[in-house]
Design a protein around this ligand. Structure first.
Ligand SMILES: [Zn+2]
Length: 333
């Protein structure tokens, strides 16, 4: 495992520093996908958070590394490049969902290193106390809100036919966290109403989880951050009938038009799920571009409604050479 990682890191480093790597990335754009920046790296290291969360130290390490190897540009500079061509490859940062920690923890670091970013909002959550189910269920089961709340939720889950695995009581923190990660993934297929019923069984946290519109406007006025929609309710677009799909797209587009000065003409599919019908509808709602989760380098010649991105986890933020190894693999014809 360690040797495999070392090989990946070394090849990643070689790739970025070789003539082949530099020529492959010439004129190309890399779009990165992040979600949350937590207040502590220890919290972000645990497996059930590692994929969607990075810690402040890892995030700053990533920003410094990106500045060293790339031109860090706004997303639209990759999608609609100007005539000025740089020798260095371009990278754009995107954040999904609209977590409050993007303003509280990430923004100061973006500003310190002058790295632009785009944030994609699930607009029903913005300025509301509505909660993301995976965060509420995950943290309650992790006992972040006390043993009583945890026990109550485990009982509800059992009664509703979703028993929590026994390994969730393992003494080893890492094993417990991996079990929780797999358990949360297994709940993804549940009906949205069932997930919302279960979320109601979790305690209300003192702070909302999502950004509010005041924060959105403050970030936007900095000139470093722009916003686009990531669904209204975060429903998986491919699962909606035509009418609900239209409502979801219109509601999220209109919320951005009301809440921002200069929303992006870019949609971001919740969970990355899209098909031909969804792409057609997104284009019909005035979005010439949309972001998926398939990996690859953008060269301006692939479908603008299925833009590729590379996900950044706590592990890759701490070891950005792993990211260049994935870019190298994703850049293969
Ligand atoms: Zn999302």
């Amino acid at each position: 495992m360690v040797i495999k990682q070392l090989i990946k890191r070394t090849s990643g480093w070689l790739y970025l520093n070789s003539a082949v790597g530099r020529s492959q990335l010439q004129g190309a754009g890399v779009i990165l996908m992040l979600h949350r920046v937590l207040a502590s790296d220890h919290t972000a290291n645990l497996p059930h958070r590692n994929e969607l969360c990075v810690g402040p130290k890892a995030f700053e390490h990533l920003l410094i590394w990106l500045r060293r190897h790339f031109d860090c540009v706004p997303l639209m500079d990759i999608l609609q490049p100007g005539t000025l061509r740089s020798d260095r490859p371009k990278v754009a940062l995107t954040f999904d969902d609209g977590w409050r920690d993007n303003a509280v923890n990430a923004f100061a670091l973006l500003q310190k290193h002058q790295v632009p970013a785009s944030i994609f909002l699930s607009t029903d959550f913005i300025g509301s106390r509505q909660r993301f189910w995976w965060e509420s269920l995950g943290e309650t089961l992790w006992e972040s809100h006390g043993e009583q709340a945890r026990r109550h939720l485990i009982e509800c889950l059992y009664k509703r036919g979703h028993p929590v695995p026994v390994l969730m009581d393992d003494l080893d923190e890492n094993r417990r966290s991996v079990t929780l990660l797999h358990y949360l993934q297994s709940l993804k297929s549940l009906d949205a109403r069932e997930l919302s019923r279960l979320t109601d069984e979790c305690p209300q946290e003192s702070m909302p989880q999502a950004l509010d519109w005041q924060q959105v406007r403050a970030l936007e006025s900095s000139g470093l951050v722009r916003f686009g929609p990531h669904g209204a309710s975060h429903a998986i677009l491919t699962s909606l009938d035509d009418q609900r799909l239209d409502e979801e797209l219109s509601r999220s587009r209109d919320a951005l038009l009301n809440g921002c000065n200069r929303p992006l003409p870019v949609y971001c599919y919740p969970n990355g799920d899209h098909d031909a019908r969804v792409r057609r509808q997104v284009a019909a709602h005035d979005f010439p571009f949309a972001l998926g989760t398939g990996t690859g380098i953008y060269r301006g010649n692939s479908d603008p409604l299925a833009l590729p991105r590379f996900g950044v986890s706590q592990r890759t933020a701490r070891n950005p050479e792993l990211l260049s190894w994935r870019i190298f693999r994703g850049g293969q014809p």
